[in-house]
Write a protein that binds this ligand. Structure first.
Ligand code: SF4
Length: 220
């Protein structure tokens, strides 16, 4: 008889794959990515639309076993918007229990306060250029720690100026690390680097390493 996992222990998974971490603190480390299905946002630059609907239900123990099979230390739970599935919180805790270095990539639109404290949270701040700035959950800022990172994807000079003002308005650079990335094919990386330098902005510039290496190839 085929055993069906209890619904309370399942997640809908779009893909699990092994690649180099392309962003944030763990950039460059071999990492297993668990991409969960679904996202309530529709950012205009989204490069993972294939994760909005497609995916297979898997129980948490089998996800953890698959991750373990890759033999790497770093795991990134991403999406879509992983927190859109409440069981994501259980998965994150189990991965931490197994001794993995766990990071979470989240849109910033959902509550992050229940995420296991051992997880490094990479939280987006959606700029006007994303067309989803109204979804930023300002209450999340109160639970940020130096262990977390806030990521701005900059689509234009107007987005940059907005982000600079937003940082100041919410005092964000004092709470956690701040990442500024140019939106792929929308802002020249060199232009963004020059703006940051000219303003002495206390942010970390980053390029998406996986895009440089592999472009938009899914599963990388
Ligand atoms: S939050 Fe992420 S996955 Fe969702 S639409 Fe925006 S870029 Fe795509």
């Amino acid at each position: 008889m085929i055993e069906v996992p209890a619904k309370s222990e399942r997640l809908r998974v779009n893909e699990i794959f092994h690649s180099l971490q392309g962003e944030a603190d763990a950039v460059g480390y071999p990492t297993v990515f668990v991409r969960l299905t679904g996202c309530p946002l529709r950012c205009q630059y989204c490069d993972t639309e294939y994760a909005f609907h497609a995916g297979e239900w898997q129980d948490i123990e089998s996800i953890v076993a698959t991750v373990r099979g890759y033999g790497t230390r770093h795991v990134c739970v991403t999406g879509g918007e992983p927190l859109a599935q409440p069981n994501c919180l259980k998965l994150l805790g189990r991965l931490c229990d197994q001794g993995f270095q766990v990071s979470l990539e989240t849109s910033g639109a959902l509550d992050i306060s229940e995420v296991d404290g051992r997880v490094s949270r990479v939280v987006d701040v959606k700029t006007p250029g994303s067309h989803e700035a109204a979804r930023n959950r300002i209450e999340n800022f109160g639970s940020l720690t130096p262990h977390d990172q806030l990521k701005f994807v900059i689509c234009s000079r107007e987005d940059y100026d907005w982000s600079k003002a937003f940082l100041q308005e919410h005092g964000l650079a004092e709470h956690c690390r701040i990442l500024f990335s140019p939106s792929y094919n929308e802002v020249s990386p060199a232009a963004l680097a020059e703006w940051i330098l000219a303003d002495r902005l206390p942010v970390r510039f980053q390029l998406q390493l996986h895009k440089i290496l592999w472009g938009d190839m899914p599963g990388k």
